[in-house]
Write a protein that binds this ligand. Structure first.
Ligand code: NAI
Length: 284
């Protein structure tokens, strides 16, 4: 099977990055969100990133125009689904929302369409089970920021077939990424290791052991991490961090994964990190 048309659902920080890398590699991309304003925000963030590449001399205006001409924004799920060879879902990290979307996609997409989720932690097997094509459902987990980060974690659901796996692995390589295969367990590999560290960093602030700046300095200067865990949490989105911790906690039933109360409090306050202008740090 060959892929020409890719539909990306969710035009937030991940969806817009995923749309950009597919368009850069020559695919025809449809980028969908629930509201026109969100679609436009996603498209303008792509434009800004590509514009910076032109300013730095890494790309030309013609290349940028040609990439942008391959991305169409929409809010119409039916049109976006009917022509897709591949769908990559990048909506909110909540099971009910993903399940409802995959049911609709299964109804609307042609039989050959592969349905991939960019979920950070939710079970692919459970998402696949609500469709009539679980063999064509797979996890395609990009890292943030998508145009920069090399890794794509590919998650096989219990029913994912080899053809689907091979296709997504091949596509990841075509995007210039490095695919790594993992099995379907909560948090996969990336967030099973990363998120408890971030949660623990939040506990150290919560318990008054150190300030966010001090925690980040320790991990940057002492452990050689390029970014401190609280800066990274703000970058990922504190809502997404909380959902991932909840998935780990529920999935393993182990109290070592309990989300820090301070993380819950920030999310309830709408302090979601960089995307809302405030998290552990304040952003202008
Ligand atoms: P975000 O909050 O920036 O964007 C989510 C977008 O999805 C929003 O624009 C929202 O309007 C839209 N949306 C929500 N429900 C929708 C629906 N039913 N139909 C269409 N659009 C809908 O979130 P972000 O950070 O882009 O995360 C998206 C997904 O990617 C989540 O599953 C997250 O776990 C995963 N992810 C996030 C990473 C990160 O660093 N933020 C890294 C890797 C994966």
């Amino acid at each position: 099977m060959s892929v020409k048309y890719v539909t990306v659902i969710g035009a937030g920080q991940m969806g817009s990055g995923i749309a950009q890398v597919f368009a850069q590699s020559g695919f025809e991309v449809t980028l969908l969100d629930q509201q026109e304003a969100f679609v436009q925000k996603g498209l303008s963030s792509i434009q800004k990133k590509l514009g910076r590449q032109v300013e730095k001399g890494r790309s030309t205006q013609e290349e940028m125009d040609s990439i942008l001409s391959r991305i169409m924004g929409t809010t119409d799920l039916k049109t976006a689904a009917t022509k897709a060879d591949l769908v990559v879902e990048a909506i909110i990290e909540q099971m009910e929302a993903k399940v409802s979307l995959f049911q609709q996609l299964d109804e609307l997409c042609p039989a050959h369409t592969v349905l991939a989720s960019n979920t950070s932690s939710l079970p692919i097997t459970e998402i696949a089970a609500v469709t009539k094509r679980p063999e064509k459902v797979i996890g395609m987990h990009f890292m943030n920021p998508v145009p920069v980060m090399k890794l794509v974690e590919i998650i096989r659901g219990l029913a994912t077939d080899q053809e689907t796996y091979d296709l997504v692995e091949q596509l990841s390589r075509e995007l210039g990424k490095h695919p790594v295969e993992v099995n379907d367990f909560p948090g996969f590999v990336s967030n099973r290791i990363l998120m408890p560290m971030i949660n623990e960093a939040i506990y150290t602030v919560y318990e008054g052991v150190a300030t966010p700046e001090a925690v980040d300095d320790v991990m940057k200067l002492g452990m050689n991490h390029p970014m401190g865990p609280l800066t990274l949490a703000d970058f990922i989105g504190l809502d997404t961090c909380l959902y991932i911790m909840e998935t780990l906690h529920e999935g393993f039933g182990d109290s070592k994964y309990r989300p820090c109360p301070l993380l819950r409090k920030y999310v309830k306050a709408g302090w979601l990190g960089r995307k809302s202008g405030r998290g552990f740090y304040v952003y202008k």
